[in-house]
Every structure is written in C-alpha cells, then in structure tokens.
Design a protein around this ligand. Structure first.
Ligand code: AGP
Length: 686
C-alpha cells in the first residue's frame, strides 16, 4: 500500500518530506511525488516520477523546493499502471489543488463520470484523482448550496454567500452577509451585522439587527439549527476546508487523504480504513501513514480514528469527526527509538531484523500475566476458537493451531482472513477470534474482525504496532514487542508470533514455567544460527540454487507449517517458484514435479523422522536434490543444514536458516531483499 507524508510548520518542508518518504518506502515503491506550497511565490510546486525515492529525489531535486507546507507520496500501484501521470500528488484541472491518497475509492468510476460530464479533465487512470476534482468542483461552486429551512439560529459569524434559503425560523444575530441568493422566509432575525447583497427574500419574520459579512471564517457555534433538511453544505468554514469536507463525504472505500490548495496555508486530511497518524512537534505538525517517518523529530503522536477530519495550520490543529462531530484525540508517546527504525551497520533491514531474533523472541514471551489469564479463560469458556490472518501471520497461526492441539488439547480453526466470510455463519457471541497481524493494518484481517463483531464474537488482537487499527479493535490485546519491522518480508515478527502461540498453548495447559525456561534456553541456539559459519554454509547453498526455476519443501506436523513459511520467504525475495507440501501429500501428486536435480528441502524432527526421511528417499529416487534441515545428518541428504531439534519450538529454530538463505539468494541474484517487486509491507486494501 502507499505511504503518505505531510508537514506544516516553521521548518523547510521538502527535506522533512523526502526523509519521511524514504522511511515509508516499504509501503510502496513504484513512483514518488511531492507538492510544496512555495513561501516565495505562494504557488503549488509538484514534482513526481516513476521509481524509488532515492532515484526520483536525485533526479527531481525535491529538496530544492521552498516552503513550510508540503505533502509527499510513495506509490504501490493498484489502479492504473506505473507511470508519471498515475503518480501522486494528483491535481485538479487548474493545478491549484493537490491531493495524495492511500487506499481505494470504490465509487471512483461514477464520481469520475459525474465530473467528466461537468467538463473536468483527468490526466491519469487512478481512482485517487477524483478527489482533487471533487474539491475543485465544490470550490468552483463557491456558494453555499441551497438551504431548505433553518429552524432557529442563535448566531452566525459571517456568510460569504448563500445560494438560496427556503425558510429560516428565527435568527438571533447574523454577523454579516455578503450575498444571499434568495430567501424564501425568515421567521425572526434578532440582529444581522452587514448584508452585502441579498438576492431575494420572500419573507422575514423579524430581524432585530444586521451586521456585515465578507468572507467565511469558521463558525464555532451555530446555536441550534433546528433542522437542515437538505442543505448541501450549511457549514460555514474556509471554502477549501468546506470543499474538502464535502468531497470526502462523497467517497466510498478506504482512504487516507492529505489535501492542499494554493492560497491557503493549511493541510486538510481525512482517514477511513487506511492508516493515518499525526506527529506533534514544537515547530509543526506531521502527517504520516505510520510513526516511523517523523520519529526523528517527535515521539508525540495522535492516532486518528475512522472519519477523523483534520485541519492543520502553522499555529493551530483542529480534529473533528465527520460522524461524531467535535472530538478530543489524546497525544500518545511512541516507545520505539529512531535507531530501531534504522539499518545500523547492516546492509539491509532484512538481515538486521533476522539478527535481532535472539532478543525479540525473549521479548515476545514477556506478556501481562493477567491478560494471558483472561484470554485462557475466554478460550475455556468460549465455544469455537478461530485464528485469522494473512501471509506469514497465517503460517504462524497454522503453527499455533498445531501447538494448541499438541500442548493444550484445544481445537482451533485457522482461516485465511480473505476467506473468513465463508465461516461467518458459524460465529456466535461465544466464539473467540484471534486476529493476528504484525502491522495491525491488513485490510482483510480488519474486515474479518468486523464480520466477527457483527456476530457478537469476542476478539483477541495480536499485533506489533501500538496504535494500529487492530490494536484498538480487540477485546483483549497482546503486543508482539518485536520493534519496528521495515523489511517487507516478515522475519522477527513471524518467530515472535510463533512464540506467543507457544505461550498461549502452555498457559492453557498450565505449563507456563517449563515454557518460559525453554524459550530462555533458545537464546543461544538462535544466536548461533547467525554465526559466520552458518551464513557461509547458506551462502554456498544459495549459489547452488540461484539458477533453479522451482524449489520444493516438505515437512510433517509443525515441520509442515515451517515449510510453508520457508517457501514464502524464498519466493517473496528471490522470485523463484517455491512451494511447500505436507510430506504425506507427496505421493498424491507433487512427486510428479520432481526430476533430475530438482531441489527439495526436508524439515526433520525426532518426532516424525522415519516418515519424512522416507518421503525424502522417494524424491531422491526420482533424481531430486535433497537438502536436510535437521539436528543430525542423514545419507539421503545431498546438503545438510544443521539446526538443533527443539521439539515444539522447531518452527522458530528451523525457520531462521531459511530466512538467511532467502536473504543470500536475493543478494546473489542482485535483488533488493527489503523491497521485493510487486509487494508492500502492509496490505491496506481488500
Ligand atoms: C510476509 O513476509 C509478507 N510480508 C506478508 O505475507 C505478510 O505476512 C502479510 O501481508 C500479513 O501482514 P500482517 O502480519 O502485517 O497482517
């Protein structure tokens, strides 16, 4: 999904935006663009191009742009090809309004049709561009649409122009009116400051006094508006802000939008089902898809809720909710340090995050005892437990269901979040749904949570990002404590999720102490897996595999789910077709894929050694090249990766060498392990 960033304050915006986009690049790297409001000319400057942040930034020199107000976007294409025209920011016909968007506008086709019929010209094929033209369309209408009837109004600050008013019950005081198209009837008006022009007034009950009105300020208090039957917009605010509020009201789907306009020192934003957070610093306000882009400047963050509408100026910040009205959003403090979100001495985030696992695994087991006890009780008292997730998190859930069955004797249904709707009719208010997502923003998982809540089911959220949507959706929350994971591939968060599954299963079985001791013992085993020797051995294996078109992996039980995760890592980052099968399935079809030299990984544990080794022999018999992942060598292996056998903790210890192998394959193939093609760190659209 795309990364969006904005800044308004006293600092020069362009370097802040460029740096922020660099930190957001893991969310999408097809094209990049910025818009700045020049402090010198007051004009809107847009620069955008296809490619990664560094390349486009060097080519288009974003940092040259002056101004203290700016927005920036890094794109992951969903609607429209990867091109300059489809890059954000998008503008209106006049190039005066600029918007950036993350999400999908589901009704973009009908909105575009309406705008085209009104003469708007579109420069790209994206769904997002309609937003700029909607704002323009509203601003060009200029007038406050027509007002059917207003019950009674205590006081109105000032009005630019009112299209037409059917009837006004009574008005205590009106600051001043620029022009009123036509007024059918006014009950009584106590005082009107100054009226520029009134088109026509049918009847005015009584007007006490009239003041004067030129432009639209923001009216904090509209005493009581009896009823506003259909008024396109009866709110009085800055024309741009109004137009944005109206335009955002037309959108359906998921969206986080930042908008700017020439001539207004403000950024207007909205979020619905796409992540957007605010950073507050003494010198200004930051907007971003997550906290990492502005950690360098501030740790004070405001997590926006769905339908929150923000107007940020250099000296003020206003948040209201388009559904609930005025809201008060608290300022939280981010625990993560800037360093954690940096590569340090590592060439890539992927390697850094793999090397962090000896520590992160220990942090994953440090959970609030009371929360774990409550969750154990929910499982015991509930009727039906579901684990719901996507990608690597789904593989951790698969492993979790095996562990729940093996250790605690509890049955768990594991369902891909995107397939969860097929199970909704099984859900009741006694069902317990574990929603697992490192980013906490995966749209399919959030959608599954909505479906479960519709049936009254209880939710346990397991996530790595405090303040993420999922962290706020659950009845109970377990944080993974892995620290920021920047590489698109999940590595440390996968092993942390598995450790949390072990913790829950042991807690259910009342074997907590033994579990905690065994995880502690894992520290050195995990640390040793990142040794120079091991890396050398895996680098050597990578050089044997780089030319292969297909790689297969097998395992039984916990080793089968580990094979699934290992296959995902290799295919994600090397683009080599890699597939995992349950060892027992081999003879039911996949064995046909094996020919001379076909590489097959076999994950072995003491528990099911005989059977899985005989599967490996069946492959060997067809000329396959067998790579063993196990604690001891075996004649069937053509290549052996020595990994200690840790029983139920094997899904952690056996996954790590394959993460390193995937990394070495990518480097060997000259690919970027942190930003594989066509992928993004969190998928915020369905
Ligand atoms: C894994 O390496 C991928 N990044 C991807 O499959 C990921 O696990 C999936 O998108 C789920 O992400 P989440 O845990 O943030 O929900």
């Amino acid at each position: 999904m795309c990364g969006i960033m904005g800044y308004i304050g006293t600092e020069k915006a362009s370097p802040i935006i460029s740096k922020g986009l660099k930190n957001l690049e893991y969310r999408g790297y097809d094209s990049v663009g910025v818009a700045m409001l020049s402090a010198l000319s007051g004009s809107l400057e847009i620069r955008k191009g296809v490619g990664k942040v560094d390349d486009v930034q060097n080519q288009l020199k974003f940092d040259e742009l002056d101004g203290n107000i700016g927005i920036g976007h890094t794109r992951w294409a969903t609607h429209g090809t990867v091109s300059r025209e489809n890059s954000h920011p998008h503008t209106d016909c006049a190039g005066k309004v600029a918007i950036i968007h993350n999400g999908i506008i589901e009704n973009n086709i009908e909105l575009k049709k309406m705008l085209l019929s009104k003469g708007h010209r579109f420069s790209g094929e994206t769904d997002s561009e309609v937003i700029a033209h909607l704002i323009e369309d509203r601003m060009n209408s200029g007038d406050i649409g027509s007002v059917d009837s207003i019950g009674s109004v205590d006081s109105i600050g000032s009005v630019d122009s009112i299209g037409s008013v059917d009837s006004i019950g009574s008005v205590d005081s009106v600051g001043s009116v620029d022009s009123v198209g036509s007024v059918d009837s006014v009950g009584s008006v106590d005082s009107v400051g100054f009226v520029d022009s009134v088109g026509s007034v049918d009847s005015v009950g009584s007007v006490d006094s009239v003041g004067s009105v030129d432009s639209v300020g923001f009216v904090d208090s509209v005493g009581s508006v009896g009823s506003v039957e259909s008024a396109e917009s009866t709110r009085f605010g800055s024309c741009f802000e109004d137009a944005c509020r109206w335009a955002f009201g037309q959108l359906q789907g998921s969206y986080a939008v930042l908008a700017m306009v020439e001539g207004a020192d403000e950024i207007v934003a909205v979020r619905k089902d796409s992540p957007l957070v605010l950073g507050q610093a003494d010198h200004g306000t930051f907007f971003a898809s997550d906290v990492s882009p502005f950690l360098e400047w501030t740790k004070d963050v405001i997590y926006l809720q769905n339908h929150d509408f923000v107007v940020a100026r250099k000296d003020s910040l206003r948040i209201c909710n388009l559904i609930d009205g005025e809201v008060d959003r608290p300022v939280d403090t981010v625990e993560w340090s800037v360093e954690e979100a940096r590569k340090g001495n590592f060439e890539h985030f992927m390697l850094k995050e793999i090397f962090e696992q000896a520590e992160t695994i220990q942090k994953a087991i440090q959970q609030d005892r009371e929360v774990v006890d409550r969750i154990v009780q929910m499982i015991q008292e509930g009727f039906g437990v579901f684990f719901v997730a996507c990608g690597s998190s789904y593989h951790a859930c698969m492993t979790g269901s095996y562990l729940m069955s093996k250790i605690a004797g509890v049955h768990v249904n594991v369902v891909l979040a995107s397939e969860f709707e097929n199970y909704e009719h099984f859900l009741t208010d006694r069902t317990l749904v574990f929603a697992v997502s490192q980013s906490g923003e995966t749209a399919d998982v959030l959608d599954a949570v909505k479906a479960a809540k519709r049936q009254g089911s209880k939710i346990v959220s397991i996530t790595n990002v405090m303040g993420s949507s999922l962290s706020r959706e659950g009845d109970e929350l377990l944080m993974m404590n892995s620290g920021p994971e920047i590489c698109v591939l999940s590595t440390k968060t996968y092993t942390s999720q598995v450790i949390m599954m072990v913790l829950l299963a042991c807690a259910l079985a009342g074997e907590d102490e033994d579990c905690a001791r065994r995880v502690k013992e894992l520290y050195m085993d995990v640390h040793n897996l990142t040794s120079k020797n091991m890396r050398e051995r895996l680098r050597n294996l990578a050089s044997l595999l780089v030319g292969k078109d297909h790689i297969y992996m097998i395992g039984r039980g916990l080793q089968y789910t580990t094979a699934m995760e290992a296959a995902l890592k290799v295919k994600e980052v090397s683009y080599i077709h890699t597939e995992a099968f349950a060892g027992g399935e081999l003879k039911h079809g996949p064995l046909a894929l094996i020919s001379e030299g076909t590489p097959l990984f076999v994950f072995v544990s003491r528990e099911n050694e005989d059977r899985i080794i005989s599967n490996a022999q069946e492959v060997k018999a067809r000329g396959g090249y067998v790579i063993g992942v196990s604690d001891w060598d075996n004649p069937v292996f053509d290549y052996w990766i020595k990994v200690p056998d840790c029983g139920n903790l094997n899904p952690v210890i056996q996954a790590i060498p394959l993460q390193i192998l995937a990394y070495e394959l990518a480097v060997e193939l000259g690919l970027d392990p942190d930003k594989p093609r066509n992928l993004a760190k969190c998928v915020t659209v369905l």
